[in-house]
Design a protein around this ligand. Sequence first.
Ligand code: NAD
Length: 401
Amino acid sequence: MPVINLERLSEYVEVPERAWLLLEKPEKEMSLRLSVRTGPDRMLITDVFVVYYNTARGAAKGGIRMSAEVSLEETRKLAELMVWKTALTHIPFGGGKSGICLDPDQLDSFQKSVVMQEYVHILKEDLLAGAYIPAPDMGTSPREMAIIFGELHIPQAVTGKPPSVGGLPGREEATGRSVFAATRLAAGRLLGKPLEEVTVAIQGFGNVATHSALFLAGAGARVVAVSGRRGGLYNERGIDVPQTVRTYSAQGKSFAGLSGDAVTNQELLVLPVDILIPAASGGVITEEVAGRLRCPLVVEGANDPVTPAASPVIEEAGIADVPDILANAGGVIASYVEWRNAKSGSFTSKDEVYEFIDQIVERSFEEVKATAEANGVGWRTASHLLALAEVLTSMRERAWI
Ligand code: NAD
């Protein structure tokens, strides 16, 4: 079952039967076995899933997730989300994703390096051909992208590299930047409040969550809660975000000793705040959680944080929900700039990257708002409608349908 509800969307946009057939399943999915020697008597074996969902609009683009919980089903869903994310933001890529079934916290940096080298070896043909262009996702970082580059020596074959090896200044903060840009727009246009007057709870304290929190706090928003995998920190008066980022990292991912109260991941989701930003793992806002939300606005930093059953509950409760394919598109927008620069040899500054992300998010935000209002539908449906129309156009123009 695709993430988007083709049946519902076909009430608003004509979906030819051939398109239906092409979109209900991925173009290609691979279930691979990765095995590496990590010492004279040690071997590491695990599953790797790679999915190219649809490439009508360009090469399969999407991050590499490293987590003990990845599955083919999850990788398929995330690859599909990339199709709609790139389409909604008019970025000329298709959608793909990789999942490496390992807990990154259980690997030392040497083991992580050899895993990434072997990942390149098993996928080398596709990476060399540019058929799939990876980037970081949960559990991977610019360092792993640098290792991929080190194996291929083709700068445009992978994005999210450190700036010192052909990466883009601002790429690391890019997803947080788009979450910030979408939150600022939604606060102003949907809640009628400037950021200085809003309270925000953010689930997660990894790449997306920390940069979202830093940008929001920097613009005057009161970030009252953040969390890691084992729980978080709540301070009604506002968290000192830069200090919390430094201490959390220095203490090995712990909020101990910071000013505020402990909060569980479940409690964080239902705090009374103006804006809730789930920015950790998917599926956290279930139907049951949706019924207990105490915020007027959700901005989806994570991929797929709202389950299909929860979405109508949120809509009926009158809670505005800025979907993942709009709010967290900054990563792929910046990846596109990095890829373009690698091909052309040009350079873009961090400020230009932020400006580019802000512009694209604003354009898509306005398009989604107009589509939601014109069709009397929620933001998720409106985003999916626009993205689907874009992909249908490409498929038609390429004579696929
Ligand atoms: P990350 O690995 O840097 O951080 C993940 C954070 O989530 C950590 O704080 C971790 O402790 C927390 N976490 C993990 N599992 C959890 C659980 N079950 N419950 C509560 N917290 C949990 O990952 P990231 O890159 O920040 O990605 C976060 C989300 O944003 C993911 O859904 C990812 O797919 C999405 N996303 C990331 C990017 C990107 O550029 N990194 C782009 C688009 C979307």
